[in-house]
Design a protein around this ligand. Sequence first.
Ligand code: IVH
Length: 665
Amino acid sequence: MHNPKNKIQELTQKINKHDHDYYYLDNPIITDQEYDSLIDELKTLEKKYPEHKKVDSPTQRVGAEPLPYFEKVKHRYPMLSLDNVFSFEGFEDFEKKTLKLLNTNQKLQYVCEPKIDGLSISLSYQNGQLKEASTRGNGQVGENVTMNIKTIRSIPLSIPYKKDLEVRGEVYFPLIEFHRINKLREEKGLPSFANPRNAAAGTIRQLDSKIVAQRNLSAFIYRVINEQSHQITSQHHALEFLKDNGFLITKIHKFATSLTEVTEYVNWLDKKRNELNYEIDGVVIKIDDLSLHNVLGKTSKFTRAAIAYKFSAEEAETTLEAINLDVGRTGKITYNAVLSPVKLAGTTVRAATLHNADYIKLMNINKGDRVIVYKAGEIIPKVKKLSENNPNKDYSVKWKAPTNCPSCFSKLKTIEGEVDQYCINNECSGIKIKQIIHFCSKSAMDLRGLAINILERFFKIGIIKNVADIYKLKEQKNEILQLEGFKEKSVNNILYTIEKSKNQDLYRFIFGIGIRHVGERTAKLLANNFGNIFSDANISEQDLLKVKDIGEQTAKAVCSFRNNPNLMSEVNELFSLGVKPSIPQKIIPSNGKKVVITGTLSKPRDHFVKLMEANGYESSSALPSNTDFLLIGENPGSKKNKAEKMKIKILTEQNFYKLINDEEN
Ligand code: IVH
């Protein structure tokens, strides 16, 4: 090698150009493998000649050593949110209100941009180098995710502009990558990610940036902070500035000078959204003149100079091909619709929830009908109603609810006063497999290697017939290795997780066993108050009832489980196979006090809920009159006033820590 310095520079330029081709031009000209080998080559050279390694070398994008936790970052400019409108009239109102605030009837000009459905980030550059990247967090304080952000190839590690600069944008999962990763996960028996936004947010909160590097996230940048200090006077100018400095912008924003033009853009984008390689959930409409942003200012939550115009939840019409039923772990029957494939909010839908038999009867739908489906909460579609478009429907033919279990064909039972039907056959294999799946699930024993499809396969061929068989799997290793798709390594992984789960938390074990009426919360109460409820012989219904929030139904169910020799022998078999759940270190009986949380706290709510539970407090989301404390964060909203009226004691975070006498902060 005659000149390592030149070679390093040449490779760097080549890699940067490929990044640009891939992310900016959507036109990669080399394969991922070829790209990786360029990175490897550069890494080797940099190792040999560290004196020539550049601070903004693309080799940083492969990730670094895992972090123990993320540092907190206080945002110098809070990361606000946007108010929403859902219709043309809503936007018209926004404009009227804005003109009134500005005390003018001059025409407003806007920049309309796609509203990316990802997670917002803030990036700061010093002397042209990316220094820090943080998540939104609660808007005031976020997390330092610089290592992870550096793996994102569409975010420049260095820019030509040298003044201190802070920009904001949205990290997202390109849909091609999202589908690729989900396919890989499926092949490995891992659960798929539910949607690109959650997957992107989960990825950015990974402590191991090497994992992030493998996921090929991307980011659109849409904002310059403190624009005026960079001689930027309009939003369209800001976007040009960002583009010139190598940031990825969406390229499909539009300048609009009237309400009609805004509406045209919203309609155009709504139609186009299915063709995009990223998910969007509306349009962000920003007043172009940035000096007006300062005049308008902000509320505690929103900036007043922009608004999100959300697309309406989509509906679609399709044919109901069949009504299927399924039996759950408690024997409850649920109904699902098989649909002719139809596009709905960007995905192709083939199935929908129908709940129970009454729901179907009420809608008067039947196989072959045209129905309207819609997305509720974006993920699982529902059948909304019969379409008006059913010219040949014979209304006298009514759908009849099946009377037998779809799995074991035994007669179904309806409990008086309940709409649901139940299979009550203890030997039903449909129920058994659901119980096994529940036992292994994330909120129970968390046996990650045993994904649903694997459990179903093992159940079908008889390797697993009940939960105890999970702990006998190591004896079946050779048999498993004969199965297609199982290699020494993957089987060892599964066996390792199983072994580790033997000491899983007690409450997860109690929850996983599936006692009627014992959900996750009750399982925690039981574990905290009684320790191992299966081995202590002297727990009476009265003892159980002494615990606040354990009612008669639950107490009876627990006792009847403990008195059932068949069920108890299954549990004891687990113990004899070495399962020894971890008993909570200190048994913390509920002190019966309820705390309600409201507003934005400095850490996720989950943190406070866990702390409360560990100290015997219970958390609730509503504000019942027996609430003892209201823990308030920023922007506490109406609950605070209500609590004051109800004379409920109000705690700040500091008071709360004092209350539980915990130094953690
Ligand atoms: S501007 C004051 N532009 O939407 C916040 N936000 O609902 C101004 N978002 O937190 C943000 N695409 O995470 C802006 N083109 C876009 C956006 C966008 C997505 C997100 C952003 C923000 C949220 C508000």
